[in-house]
Design a protein around this ligand. Structure first.
Ligand code: ADP
Ligand code: TRP
Length: 316
């Protein structure tokens, strides 16, 4: 039986934190063990918020290093860059011509922007259509995404159905695969860990930075188990082990934080070192991405030929 295929895109948007890792990144590394996969850097999607060429350039390289460091294996997964494959934007245009405005106006991201009275560019409005092209070019069985992206995968499914009904069976209907509920990873203040809340522990933090982050974890003045410290610690050790440890050290916040620092360092140090190794040789790392794009291009170009045939523009 052939392996099932997964596909997902990641925006090049800055330093990853533990929430990103446990909530999203790690799942791709787990999936590659038993599936074929496509993971790509969604740089064209990021354009709606990232409009600085130097920063774009840096972010693309950083996300590449991040994923290689956590163990994404280019031998198992085709790892590529969206902007290398012009078929994505080409297919998005064709999808535009069969997608109605009222349909896209139902998208959460558009409705949120509208509710906030934001000026909405056409790219933001069209975001789900480009995402549909990203997905449908490769015919994945599943699309692992965070809950916030579920609607986009459903839109891709609807667009595929519309195309198939109009021009004949062409696209496999994709299924969203909501990333396993790792529950929300809490930040140093107990709220959801997020870049926007300034409460993160960076995935590749240096020892001193880990220390600083852990020391800033908000604790109450009670006697018992410091729940914000425990919640982060629980990412690294099973509850069966942690509970007795925390009970035996109830009220000793400083000691528990020191233990967490040591455990975080044990977990982060190998990832951090691996990332540094890759960063020593950027040309080789870029070559990995370029090769991935070449492999993806073959698949995308073949699908695009079929699409051109179906819509009737292939006349030579
Ligand atoms: P941020 O909130 O820091 O801006 P993003 O929105 O860029 O993070 O999230 C990228 C991915 O990481 C998404 O798939 C999201 O679901 C996941 N993620 C982000 N923060 C967390 C968290 N605290 N817990 C679990 N998953 C998270
Ligand atoms: N929109 C996704 C995000 O912001 C990234 C993305 C772009 C994507 N194209 C995709 C995810 C295709 C899955 C499939 O996280």
């Amino acid at each position: 039986m052939s392996k099932k295929i997964f596909l997902s895109g990641v925006q090049p948007s800055g330093k990853p934190h533990l929430g990103n890792y446990f909530g999203a990144m790690k799942q791709f590394v787990d999936l590659q063990k038993e599936h074929e996969g496509y993971v790509f850097i969604a740089d064209y999607h990021a354009l709606h918020s990232l409009r600085n060429s130097r920063e774009m350039n840096e972010n693309i390289k950083n996300v590449l290093l991040d994923y290689l460091a956590i163990g994404l294996d280019p031998k198992k997964v085709i790892f590529f860059k969206q902007s290398d494959i012009s078929e994505h934007t080409e297919l998005a245009w064709i999808f535009d011509t069969i997608t109605t405005m009222p349909f896209l106006m139902r998208a959460h991201a558009f409705k949120d922007a509208q509710a906030k009275n934001k000026e909405i560019d056409v790219g933001t409005f069209n975001y789900p259509v480009l995402m549909a092209a990203d997905i449908l070019l490769y015919g994945p069985d599943m699309v692992p995404v965070g809950a916030d992206q579920k609607q986009h995968v459903e839109i891709a499914r609807d667009i595929a159905e519309k195309f198939n009904n109009t021009y004949g069976e062409t696209f496999k209907l994709p299924n969203p695969m909501i990333l396993k509920d790792v529950a929300v990873v809490p930040g140093t203040d107990g709220k959801k860990m997020s870049k926007s809340y300034n409460n993160t522990i960076p995935l590749f933090a240096e020892y001193e930075e880990i220390k600083k982050c852990v020391m800033s974890i908000v604790t109450d003045s009670g006697e018992g188990i410091p729940k914000n410290v425990y919640a982060i610690h629980n990412l690294l050790r099973p509850a069966s082990e942690l509970l007795s440890l925390y009970e035996s050290k109830a009220g000793k916040y400083k000691e528990l934080k020191e233990l967490l620092i040591e455990d975080l360092e044990k977990f982060i140090a190998p990832l951090r070192e691996k990332r540094k190794e890759f960063a020593k040789d950027i040309p080789t790392v870029l070559l990995i991405l370029k090769k991935g794009s070449e492999q993806a291009k073959i698949v995308a170009a073949k699908k695009m030929e079929e699409v051109r045939e179906k819509i009737g523009v292939n006349i030579y």
